[in-house]
Design a protein. Structure first.
Length: 550
Protein backbone atom coordinates (compact mmCIF):
# COMPACT_ATOMS: atom_id res chain seq x y z
CA UNK A 1 0.00 0.00 0.00
CA UNK A 2 1.59 3.25 -1.13
CA UNK A 3 1.20 6.43 -3.18
CA UNK A 4 4.00 7.40 -5.58
CA UNK A 5 4.09 10.66 -7.58
CA UNK A 6 6.78 11.06 -10.23
CA UNK A 7 7.39 14.41 -11.96
CA UNK A 8 3.71 15.20 -11.34
CA UNK A 9 2.45 18.44 -12.88
CA UNK A 10 -0.97 20.07 -12.85
CA UNK A 11 -2.32 23.38 -14.15
CA UNK A 12 -5.81 24.84 -14.19
CA UNK A 13 -7.42 25.55 -17.59
CA UNK A 14 -6.52 29.25 -17.30
CA UNK A 15 -2.84 28.29 -17.20
CA UNK A 16 -2.31 28.71 -13.47
CA UNK A 17 0.40 26.23 -12.44
CA UNK A 18 -0.30 24.43 -9.16
CA UNK A 19 2.24 21.59 -9.22
CA UNK A 20 5.28 21.35 -11.47
CA UNK A 21 7.37 18.18 -11.55
CA UNK A 22 6.47 17.07 -8.02
CA UNK A 23 8.03 13.88 -6.67
CA UNK A 24 6.48 12.32 -3.57
CA UNK A 25 5.83 8.97 -1.91
CA UNK A 26 3.46 8.09 0.94
CA UNK A 27 3.79 4.75 2.68
CA UNK A 28 1.81 2.97 5.42
CA UNK A 29 0.88 5.04 8.46
CA UNK A 30 -0.66 8.43 9.04
CA UNK A 31 0.88 11.37 7.16
CA UNK A 32 0.01 14.99 7.91
CA UNK A 33 0.23 17.06 4.72
CA UNK A 34 0.88 20.72 5.55
CA UNK A 35 1.77 23.92 3.68
CA UNK A 36 0.59 27.47 3.26
CA UNK A 37 -2.77 28.19 1.63
CA UNK A 38 -2.48 27.86 -2.14
CA UNK A 39 0.52 25.52 -2.08
CA UNK A 40 -1.50 22.74 -3.75
CA UNK A 41 -2.36 20.39 -0.88
CA UNK A 42 -6.04 19.92 -1.76
CA UNK A 43 -5.18 19.67 -5.46
CA UNK A 44 -2.71 16.89 -4.70
CA UNK A 45 -5.36 14.95 -2.77
CA UNK A 46 -7.81 15.33 -5.65
CA UNK A 47 -5.18 14.04 -8.07
CA UNK A 48 -4.53 11.01 -5.86
CA UNK A 49 -8.30 10.42 -5.55
CA UNK A 50 -8.67 10.50 -9.32
CA UNK A 51 -10.91 13.57 -9.37
CA UNK A 52 -8.31 15.47 -11.40
CA UNK A 53 -5.92 14.31 -14.09
CA UNK A 54 -2.28 15.46 -14.14
CA UNK A 55 -0.96 17.45 -17.08
CA UNK A 56 2.17 15.31 -17.06
CA UNK A 57 4.04 12.86 -14.89
CA UNK A 58 2.74 9.70 -13.27
CA UNK A 59 0.79 8.83 -10.14
CA UNK A 60 0.54 5.28 -8.80
CA UNK A 61 -1.74 4.25 -5.95
CA UNK A 62 -1.48 0.79 -4.44
CA UNK A 63 -5.03 -0.17 -3.50
CA UNK A 64 -8.45 1.51 -3.52
CA UNK A 65 -8.87 5.07 -2.30
CA UNK A 66 -11.35 6.66 0.08
CA UNK A 67 -11.54 10.46 -0.09
CA UNK A 68 -13.19 12.99 2.23
CA UNK A 69 -13.18 16.44 0.57
CA UNK A 70 -13.54 19.76 2.37
CA UNK A 71 -16.88 20.56 0.78
CA UNK A 72 -19.37 17.71 0.72
CA UNK A 73 -22.21 17.96 -1.79
CA UNK A 74 -24.89 15.40 -0.99
CA UNK A 75 -28.51 14.81 -1.94
CA UNK A 76 -30.64 16.10 0.94
CA UNK A 77 -33.40 13.54 0.41
CA UNK A 78 -31.11 10.50 0.14
CA UNK A 79 -31.13 8.20 3.18
CA UNK A 80 -28.09 7.94 5.42
CA UNK A 81 -27.68 4.34 4.25
CA UNK A 82 -26.96 5.65 0.76
CA UNK A 83 -24.37 8.07 2.11
CA UNK A 84 -22.73 5.14 3.90
CA UNK A 85 -22.77 3.08 0.70
CA UNK A 86 -24.74 0.20 2.23
CA UNK A 87 -28.20 0.76 0.72
CA UNK A 88 -27.82 -1.96 -1.94
CA UNK A 89 -26.51 -4.54 0.54
CA UNK A 90 -29.33 -3.75 3.01
CA UNK A 91 -31.97 -4.10 0.32
CA UNK A 92 -30.49 -7.39 -0.83
CA UNK A 93 -30.39 -8.80 2.72
CA UNK A 94 -34.05 -7.90 3.21
CA UNK A 95 -34.94 -9.47 -0.13
CA UNK A 96 -33.13 -12.71 0.80
CA UNK A 97 -34.88 -12.76 4.20
CA UNK A 98 -38.17 -12.50 2.29
CA UNK A 99 -37.34 -15.51 0.13
CA UNK A 100 -35.33 -14.10 -2.78
CA UNK A 101 -32.65 -16.71 -3.57
CA UNK A 102 -31.38 -15.09 -6.77
CA UNK A 103 -27.68 -14.88 -7.55
CA UNK A 104 -27.98 -11.10 -7.96
CA UNK A 105 -29.23 -10.71 -4.38
CA UNK A 106 -26.41 -12.80 -2.91
CA UNK A 107 -23.84 -10.96 -5.09
CA UNK A 108 -25.12 -7.61 -3.79
CA UNK A 109 -24.54 -8.78 -0.21
CA UNK A 110 -21.16 -10.40 -0.78
CA UNK A 111 -19.48 -10.80 2.61
CA UNK A 112 -21.38 -7.90 4.17
CA UNK A 113 -24.05 -9.81 6.08
CA UNK A 114 -23.28 -7.77 9.20
CA UNK A 115 -23.15 -4.43 7.37
CA UNK A 116 -26.00 -2.87 9.37
CA UNK A 117 -24.41 -3.81 12.69
CA UNK A 118 -21.04 -2.49 11.59
CA UNK A 119 -22.63 0.72 10.29
CA UNK A 120 -24.46 1.35 13.56
CA UNK A 121 -21.27 0.53 15.47
CA UNK A 122 -19.26 3.10 13.55
CA UNK A 123 -22.03 5.70 13.79
CA UNK A 124 -22.10 5.21 17.55
CA UNK A 125 -18.32 5.36 17.79
CA UNK A 126 -18.33 8.69 15.93
CA UNK A 127 -21.09 10.18 18.04
CA UNK A 128 -23.97 9.53 15.62
CA UNK A 129 -25.85 6.84 17.54
CA UNK A 130 -28.99 9.03 17.31
CA UNK A 131 -28.87 8.90 13.49
CA UNK A 132 -31.02 6.28 11.77
CA UNK A 133 -29.98 4.55 8.57
CA UNK A 134 -33.24 5.60 6.91
CA UNK A 135 -33.00 9.25 8.03
CA UNK A 136 -32.61 11.73 5.16
CA UNK A 137 -29.15 13.24 4.85
CA UNK A 138 -30.68 16.72 4.81
CA UNK A 139 -31.53 16.42 8.51
CA UNK A 140 -27.88 16.13 9.49
CA UNK A 141 -25.90 19.16 10.63
CA UNK A 142 -22.67 20.07 8.85
CA UNK A 143 -20.57 18.30 11.47
CA UNK A 144 -22.83 15.24 11.47
CA UNK A 145 -22.57 15.05 7.68
CA UNK A 146 -18.77 15.05 7.86
CA UNK A 147 -18.77 12.28 10.47
CA UNK A 148 -21.32 10.24 8.47
CA UNK A 149 -19.10 10.54 5.37
CA UNK A 150 -16.15 9.43 7.49
CA UNK A 151 -18.21 6.47 8.69
CA UNK A 152 -18.73 5.52 5.04
CA UNK A 153 -14.95 5.47 4.51
CA UNK A 154 -14.30 3.32 7.57
CA UNK A 155 -17.01 0.88 6.51
CA UNK A 156 -15.43 0.51 3.06
CA UNK A 157 -12.01 -0.15 4.61
CA UNK A 158 -10.04 1.23 1.62
CA UNK A 159 -6.29 0.75 1.44
CA UNK A 160 -5.76 4.52 1.23
CA UNK A 161 -7.76 7.22 3.03
CA UNK A 162 -7.42 10.91 2.12
CA UNK A 163 -8.86 13.51 4.51
CA UNK A 164 -8.98 17.19 3.56
CA UNK A 165 -9.42 19.46 6.62
CA UNK A 166 -11.70 16.92 8.33
CA UNK A 167 -12.08 18.92 11.58
CA UNK A 168 -13.30 22.14 9.96
CA UNK A 169 -16.64 23.07 11.56
CA UNK A 170 -16.54 20.13 14.00
CA UNK A 171 -17.28 20.86 17.63
CA UNK A 172 -14.85 19.80 20.34
CA UNK A 173 -16.62 16.57 21.32
CA UNK A 174 -16.88 15.45 17.69
CA UNK A 175 -13.23 16.32 17.05
CA UNK A 176 -12.16 14.08 19.90
CA UNK A 177 -14.14 11.18 18.43
CA UNK A 178 -12.46 11.77 15.09
CA UNK A 179 -9.02 11.87 16.79
CA UNK A 180 -9.70 8.46 18.35
CA UNK A 181 -10.83 6.97 15.02
CA UNK A 182 -7.77 8.33 13.18
CA UNK A 183 -5.38 7.13 15.88
CA UNK A 184 -6.63 3.56 15.53
CA UNK A 185 -6.73 3.34 11.71
CA UNK A 186 -4.24 1.03 9.95
CA UNK A 187 -3.06 1.42 6.38
CA UNK A 188 -2.21 4.57 4.42
CA UNK A 189 -3.83 7.81 5.58
CA UNK A 190 -2.97 11.29 4.28
CA UNK A 191 -4.48 14.20 6.20
CA UNK A 192 -4.48 17.82 5.10
CA UNK A 193 -5.07 19.85 8.23
CA UNK A 194 -4.02 22.81 10.37
CA UNK A 195 -5.48 21.17 13.50
CA UNK A 196 -2.54 20.86 15.89
CA UNK A 197 -4.13 18.10 17.97
CA UNK A 198 -4.90 16.02 14.89
CA UNK A 199 -1.38 16.56 13.52
CA UNK A 200 -0.06 15.40 16.87
CA UNK A 201 -1.40 11.92 16.04
CA UNK A 202 0.41 11.39 12.73
CA UNK A 203 3.49 9.27 12.12
CA UNK A 204 5.14 11.72 9.75
CA UNK A 205 4.72 15.22 8.36
CA UNK A 206 4.90 15.96 4.63
CA UNK A 207 5.47 19.65 3.93
CA UNK A 208 4.58 21.06 0.51
CA UNK A 209 6.71 24.17 0.02
CA UNK A 210 7.94 25.75 -3.18
CA UNK A 211 6.70 22.79 -5.25
CA UNK A 212 8.84 20.41 -3.22
CA UNK A 213 7.50 17.80 -0.80
CA UNK A 214 9.75 17.06 2.19
CA UNK A 215 9.13 14.30 4.70
CA UNK A 216 9.81 14.66 8.42
CA UNK A 217 9.58 11.69 10.75
CA UNK A 218 7.31 12.10 13.76
CA UNK A 219 4.32 14.28 14.48
CA UNK A 220 3.88 18.05 14.33
CA UNK A 221 5.99 18.74 17.42
CA UNK A 222 8.85 16.69 15.95
CA UNK A 223 8.53 18.54 12.64
CA UNK A 224 8.68 21.92 14.38
CA UNK A 225 11.79 20.87 16.30
CA UNK A 226 13.50 19.75 13.10
CA UNK A 227 12.45 22.89 11.25
CA UNK A 228 13.81 25.06 14.06
CA UNK A 229 17.21 23.34 13.78
CA UNK A 230 17.19 23.68 9.99
CA UNK A 231 16.20 27.34 10.13
CA UNK A 232 18.91 28.11 12.67
CA UNK A 233 21.48 26.51 10.35
CA UNK A 234 19.98 28.32 7.34
CA UNK A 235 20.17 31.65 9.18
CA UNK A 236 23.84 31.05 10.00
CA UNK A 237 24.55 30.11 6.37
CA UNK A 238 22.76 33.28 5.26
CA UNK A 239 24.95 35.40 7.53
CA UNK A 240 28.11 33.71 6.22
CA UNK A 241 26.99 34.12 2.58
CA UNK A 242 26.15 37.80 3.10
CA UNK A 243 29.56 38.37 4.75
CA UNK A 244 31.31 36.57 1.87
CA UNK A 245 29.56 38.79 -0.67
CA UNK A 246 30.49 41.94 1.22
CA UNK A 247 34.13 40.78 1.42
CA UNK A 248 34.28 39.97 -2.29
CA UNK A 249 32.89 43.41 -3.14
CA UNK A 250 35.45 45.07 -0.85
CA UNK A 251 38.21 43.04 -2.48
CA UNK A 252 37.06 44.20 -5.92
CA UNK A 253 37.11 47.85 -4.83
CA UNK A 254 40.55 47.40 -3.23
CA UNK A 255 41.89 45.70 -6.38
CA UNK A 256 40.53 48.46 -8.59
CA UNK A 257 42.04 51.12 -6.31
CA UNK A 258 45.46 49.46 -6.46
CA UNK A 259 45.21 49.09 -10.22
CA UNK A 260 44.31 52.75 -10.60
CA UNK A 261 47.38 53.67 -8.50
CA UNK A 262 49.62 51.49 -10.69
CA UNK A 263 48.10 53.02 -13.83
CA UNK A 264 48.89 56.53 -12.60
CA UNK A 265 52.46 55.52 -11.82
CA UNK A 266 52.81 53.92 -15.25
CA UNK A 267 51.56 57.06 -16.97
CA UNK A 268 54.03 59.22 -15.03
CA UNK A 269 56.93 56.96 -16.03
CA UNK A 270 55.79 56.98 -19.68
CA UNK A 271 55.42 60.75 -19.66
CA UNK A 272 58.93 61.18 -18.17
CA UNK A 273 60.54 59.51 -21.22
CA UNK A 274 62.92 57.49 -19.01
CA UNK A 275 61.98 54.27 -20.80
CA UNK A 276 62.11 53.41 -24.46
CA UNK A 277 58.73 53.75 -26.10
CA UNK A 278 58.47 50.07 -27.00
CA UNK A 279 59.18 49.02 -23.39
CA UNK A 280 56.66 51.50 -22.04
CA UNK A 281 54.01 50.20 -24.44
CA UNK A 282 54.74 46.56 -23.51
CA UNK A 283 54.43 47.35 -19.80
CA UNK A 284 51.14 49.19 -20.37
CA UNK A 285 49.71 46.29 -22.35
CA UNK A 286 50.80 43.74 -19.74
CA UNK A 287 49.29 45.87 -16.97
CA UNK A 288 45.98 46.11 -18.83
CA UNK A 289 45.86 42.36 -19.35
CA UNK A 290 46.63 41.72 -15.67
CA UNK A 291 43.99 44.23 -14.60
CA UNK A 292 41.45 42.61 -16.89
CA UNK A 293 42.19 39.13 -15.51
CA UNK A 294 42.00 40.38 -11.92
CA UNK A 295 38.67 42.07 -12.60
CA UNK A 296 37.25 38.90 -14.19
CA UNK A 297 38.41 36.84 -11.20
CA UNK A 298 36.80 39.24 -8.71
CA UNK A 299 33.57 39.50 -10.73
CA UNK A 300 33.38 35.71 -10.90
CA UNK A 301 33.88 35.49 -7.13
CA UNK A 302 31.16 38.09 -6.62
CA UNK A 303 28.83 36.16 -8.93
CA UNK A 304 29.49 32.95 -7.01
CA UNK A 305 29.00 34.71 -3.66
CA UNK A 306 25.74 36.22 -4.93
CA UNK A 307 24.52 32.76 -5.99
CA UNK A 308 25.41 31.34 -2.56
CA UNK A 309 23.55 34.21 -0.92
CA UNK A 310 20.46 33.62 -3.07
CA UNK A 311 20.57 29.92 -2.20
CA UNK A 312 20.90 30.74 1.50
CA UNK A 313 18.00 33.22 1.30
CA UNK A 314 15.86 30.55 -0.34
CA UNK A 315 16.56 28.18 2.54
CA UNK A 316 15.44 30.71 5.14
CA UNK A 317 11.65 30.74 5.32
CA UNK A 318 9.60 33.89 5.34
CA UNK A 319 8.61 33.37 8.96
CA UNK A 320 7.95 37.05 9.49
CA UNK A 321 6.12 37.78 12.68
CA UNK A 322 3.46 40.38 13.36
CA UNK A 323 4.79 42.72 16.03
CA UNK A 324 2.50 45.62 16.81
CA UNK A 325 1.82 48.04 19.62
CA UNK A 326 -1.83 48.67 20.47
CA UNK A 327 -1.83 50.84 23.60
CA UNK A 328 -5.20 52.36 22.70
CA UNK A 329 -6.90 48.99 23.16
CA UNK A 330 -5.94 48.72 26.83
CA UNK A 331 -8.81 48.23 29.29
CA UNK A 332 -8.32 48.87 33.03
CA UNK A 333 -8.87 45.84 35.23
CA UNK A 334 -12.38 45.78 36.62
CA UNK A 335 -13.93 48.05 34.01
CA UNK A 336 -17.04 46.54 32.43
CA UNK A 337 -16.82 46.44 28.62
CA UNK A 338 -19.78 44.12 27.97
CA UNK A 339 -22.95 43.18 29.84
CA UNK A 340 -25.39 40.69 28.33
CA UNK A 341 -28.52 39.95 30.38
CA UNK A 342 -31.46 37.64 29.73
CA UNK A 343 -29.42 34.64 28.55
CA UNK A 344 -31.60 32.33 30.65
CA UNK A 345 -34.69 33.53 28.79
CA UNK A 346 -36.19 32.54 25.46
CA UNK A 347 -33.55 33.87 23.05
CA UNK A 348 -32.66 30.32 21.94
CA UNK A 349 -35.29 28.31 19.97
CA UNK A 350 -34.85 25.24 22.18
CA UNK A 351 -35.15 27.35 25.33
CA UNK A 352 -38.22 29.14 23.97
CA UNK A 353 -39.83 25.80 23.18
CA UNK A 354 -39.18 24.50 26.68
CA UNK A 355 -40.57 27.69 28.21
CA UNK A 356 -43.67 27.41 26.03
CA UNK A 357 -44.30 23.91 27.41
CA UNK A 358 -43.59 24.82 31.02
CA UNK A 359 -43.00 28.44 32.02
CA UNK A 360 -42.34 27.38 35.62
CA UNK A 361 -39.35 25.26 34.64
CA UNK A 362 -36.44 25.90 37.00
CA UNK A 363 -32.95 26.32 35.60
CA UNK A 364 -29.93 24.54 37.10
CA UNK A 365 -27.84 26.69 39.41
CA UNK A 366 -24.85 26.75 37.05
CA UNK A 367 -26.74 28.38 34.16
CA UNK A 368 -25.60 31.95 33.47
CA UNK A 369 -28.39 34.45 33.17
CA UNK A 370 -25.98 37.24 32.37
CA UNK A 371 -22.52 37.57 30.92
CA UNK A 372 -20.33 40.33 32.30
CA UNK A 373 -16.93 40.97 30.71
CA UNK A 374 -14.57 43.14 32.74
CA UNK A 375 -11.13 44.49 31.97
CA UNK A 376 -8.87 42.56 29.59
CA UNK A 377 -10.67 39.23 30.13
CA UNK A 378 -10.20 36.58 27.46
CA UNK A 379 -13.26 34.37 27.22
CA UNK A 380 -13.71 31.27 25.07
CA UNK A 381 -17.21 30.27 23.98
CA UNK A 382 -17.34 26.55 23.22
CA UNK A 383 -20.10 24.05 22.59
CA UNK A 384 -21.47 21.64 19.98
CA UNK A 385 -22.28 22.58 16.42
CA UNK A 386 -25.72 24.08 16.09
CA UNK A 387 -25.82 25.31 19.70
CA UNK A 388 -26.07 28.95 18.60
CA UNK A 389 -22.58 30.36 19.23
CA UNK A 390 -22.62 32.39 16.00
CA UNK A 391 -26.16 33.61 16.72
CA UNK A 392 -25.11 34.74 20.19
CA UNK A 393 -22.01 36.54 18.87
CA UNK A 394 -24.05 38.27 16.15
CA UNK A 395 -26.50 39.41 18.81
CA UNK A 396 -23.68 40.75 21.00
CA UNK A 397 -22.27 42.58 17.96
CA UNK A 398 -25.67 44.09 17.19
CA UNK A 399 -26.08 42.20 13.91
CA UNK A 400 -29.06 40.15 15.12
CA UNK A 401 -31.88 40.59 17.62
CA UNK A 402 -32.05 38.11 20.52
CA UNK A 403 -35.48 37.81 22.16
CA UNK A 404 -35.39 38.98 25.75
CA UNK A 405 -31.65 39.70 25.69
CA UNK A 406 -30.18 43.11 26.49
CA UNK A 407 -26.65 43.93 25.31
CA UNK A 408 -24.68 46.87 26.69
CA UNK A 409 -21.22 47.59 25.33
CA UNK A 410 -18.82 50.18 26.70
CA UNK A 411 -16.34 51.60 24.23
CA UNK A 412 -15.43 50.61 20.69
CA UNK A 413 -15.53 46.97 19.64
CA UNK A 414 -14.60 44.85 16.64
CA UNK A 415 -16.41 41.83 15.18
CA UNK A 416 -14.74 39.21 12.99
CA UNK A 417 -17.29 36.86 11.35
CA UNK A 418 -16.41 33.40 10.07
CA UNK A 419 -16.43 34.54 6.44
CA UNK A 420 -13.77 37.25 6.95
CA UNK A 421 -15.91 39.46 4.71
CA UNK A 422 -15.19 42.85 6.27
CA UNK A 423 -13.05 44.12 3.35
CA UNK A 424 -14.19 45.96 0.23
CA UNK A 425 -12.65 43.90 -2.57
CA UNK A 426 -12.61 46.89 -4.94
CA UNK A 427 -10.36 48.94 -2.62
CA UNK A 428 -6.65 48.65 -1.85
CA UNK A 429 -5.40 47.41 1.50
CA UNK A 430 -4.53 51.00 2.46
CA UNK A 431 -8.00 52.24 1.52
CA UNK A 432 -9.70 49.47 3.49
CA UNK A 433 -7.78 50.33 6.65
CA UNK A 434 -8.39 54.07 6.15
CA UNK A 435 -12.11 53.31 5.93
CA UNK A 436 -11.84 51.77 9.42
CA UNK A 437 -9.58 54.59 10.65
CA UNK A 438 -10.73 57.72 8.75
CA UNK A 439 -8.85 60.12 11.05
CA UNK A 440 -5.49 58.46 10.36
CA UNK A 441 -3.14 59.86 7.72
CA UNK A 442 -1.94 57.75 4.82
CA UNK A 443 1.54 57.63 6.37
CA UNK A 444 0.13 56.45 9.70
CA UNK A 445 -1.88 53.73 7.97
CA UNK A 446 1.15 52.61 5.95
CA UNK A 447 3.28 52.48 9.10
CA UNK A 448 0.64 50.33 10.77
CA UNK A 449 0.31 48.04 7.75
CA UNK A 450 4.06 47.52 7.64
CA UNK A 451 3.77 45.81 11.02
CA UNK A 452 1.21 43.49 9.44
CA UNK A 453 3.81 42.68 6.73
CA UNK A 454 2.29 44.98 4.06
CA UNK A 455 5.31 47.05 3.08
CA UNK A 456 5.70 49.37 0.10
CA UNK A 457 3.71 48.31 -2.95
CA UNK A 458 2.14 45.38 -1.09
CA UNK A 459 -0.09 47.85 0.75
CA UNK A 460 -1.42 49.12 -2.60
CA UNK A 461 -2.77 45.72 -3.68
CA UNK A 462 -6.50 45.52 -4.33
CA UNK A 463 -8.18 43.40 -1.65
CA UNK A 464 -9.90 41.22 -4.24
CA UNK A 465 -6.52 40.03 -5.54
CA UNK A 466 -4.99 39.05 -2.20
CA UNK A 467 -3.95 35.49 -1.39
CA UNK A 468 -5.65 33.75 1.52
CA UNK A 469 -2.90 34.58 3.99
CA UNK A 470 -2.61 38.19 2.76
CA UNK A 471 -6.36 38.70 2.99
CA UNK A 472 -6.41 37.44 6.55
CA UNK A 473 -3.61 39.82 7.58
CA UNK A 474 -5.45 42.70 5.88
CA UNK A 475 -8.62 41.81 7.80
CA UNK A 476 -6.63 41.77 11.05
CA UNK A 477 -5.12 45.15 10.23
CA UNK A 478 -8.52 46.69 9.48
CA UNK A 479 -9.87 45.25 12.73
CA UNK A 480 -7.00 46.18 15.07
CA UNK A 481 -5.95 49.52 13.53
CA UNK A 482 -9.51 50.87 13.56
CA UNK A 483 -10.21 54.21 15.22
CA UNK A 484 -11.31 54.49 17.91
CA UNK A 485 -9.27 51.41 18.93
CA UNK A 486 -11.45 48.39 19.78
CA UNK A 487 -11.44 47.51 23.46
CA UNK A 488 -13.55 44.40 22.87
CA UNK A 489 -13.06 41.86 20.08
CA UNK A 490 -15.69 39.30 19.09
CA UNK A 491 -14.18 36.47 17.00
CA UNK A 492 -16.25 33.71 15.40
CA UNK A 493 -14.19 30.57 14.60
CA UNK A 494 -11.22 32.71 13.52
CA UNK A 495 -8.90 29.78 12.69
CA UNK A 496 -11.26 27.96 10.31
CA UNK A 497 -9.50 27.30 6.99
CA UNK A 498 -6.37 29.24 7.99
CA UNK A 499 -2.99 27.71 7.28
CA UNK A 500 -0.64 27.23 10.22
CA UNK A 501 1.39 30.36 9.43
CA UNK A 502 -1.77 32.49 9.52
CA UNK A 503 -2.89 30.91 12.80
CA UNK A 504 0.52 31.72 14.28
CA UNK A 505 0.29 35.31 13.06
CA UNK A 506 -3.22 35.64 14.52
CA UNK A 507 -1.89 34.45 17.87
CA UNK A 508 0.96 36.97 17.62
CA UNK A 509 -1.42 39.83 16.87
CA UNK A 510 -3.77 38.90 19.71
CA UNK A 511 -0.83 38.65 22.12
CA UNK A 512 -0.25 42.38 21.43
CA UNK A 513 -3.93 43.24 21.89
CA UNK A 514 -4.71 44.70 25.33
CA UNK A 515 -8.49 44.65 25.32
CA UNK A 516 -11.12 42.02 26.09
CA UNK A 517 -11.78 38.99 23.90
CA UNK A 518 -14.85 36.82 23.36
CA UNK A 519 -13.91 34.00 20.99
CA UNK A 520 -16.13 31.20 19.68
CA UNK A 521 -13.85 28.34 18.69
CA UNK A 522 -13.29 24.57 18.82
CA UNK A 523 -9.53 25.00 18.38
CA UNK A 524 -8.26 24.32 21.89
CA UNK A 525 -4.50 24.75 21.15
CA UNK A 526 -5.22 28.15 19.59
CA UNK A 527 -7.40 29.19 22.52
CA UNK A 528 -4.65 28.23 24.94
CA UNK A 529 -2.05 30.10 22.87
CA UNK A 530 -3.95 33.40 23.25
CA UNK A 531 -4.22 33.11 27.03
CA UNK A 532 -7.90 32.37 27.58
CA UNK A 533 -8.82 33.16 31.19
CA UNK A 534 -12.42 31.93 31.23
CA UNK A 535 -14.14 29.07 29.45
CA UNK A 536 -17.90 29.07 28.76
CA UNK A 537 -20.01 26.36 27.15
CA UNK A 538 -23.20 26.87 25.16
CA UNK A 539 -25.35 23.73 25.01
CA UNK A 540 -27.85 22.86 22.30
CA UNK A 541 -30.73 24.01 24.50
CA UNK A 542 -29.23 27.50 24.83
CA UNK A 543 -27.81 27.13 28.34
CA UNK A 544 -24.56 29.02 28.99
CA UNK A 545 -22.44 27.45 31.73
CA UNK A 546 -18.94 27.74 33.12
CA UNK A 547 -16.94 25.02 31.34
CA UNK A 548 -13.85 25.19 33.55
CA UNK A 549 -10.47 24.68 31.86
CA UNK A 550 -10.49 22.42 28.78
Amino acid sequence: MSIVCTELSFSWPDGTVVLDGLNAAFGPGRTGLIGVNGSGKSTLLRLIAGELRPVSGSLTVGGDVGYLPQDLTLGAEAPVASLLGIAAARDAIRAIENGDASEAAFSAVGDDWDVEERARGWLSRLGLDHVGLDDPVGRLSGGETVMAALTALFLRRPSVILLDEPTNNLDLDTRRRLYAAVAGWPGVMVIVSHDRELLGLVDQIAELYGNTLRMYGGNLAGYEDQRAVEQAAASRALSVAAADLRRERRDLVASQTKQARRDRQGRRVADSGSLPRIVSYARKRAAQETAGRNREIHLERIENATARLAEAEEAVRDDAEIRIELPGTEVPAGRTVLAVTGLDGGWHPARAERRALDDTLDEPDDVLGELIVRGPERIALTGPNGAGKTTLLRGVAGHAALAGVTVRRSGAFGYLPQRLDILDDSLTVVANVRAAAPAASVNEVRAGLARFLFRGERADQVAGGLSGGERFRAVLAALLLAQPPPQLLLLDEPTNSLDMASVRQLSQALSCYRGALLVASHDVPFLRSIGITRWLRLDRDGRVTDAGAL
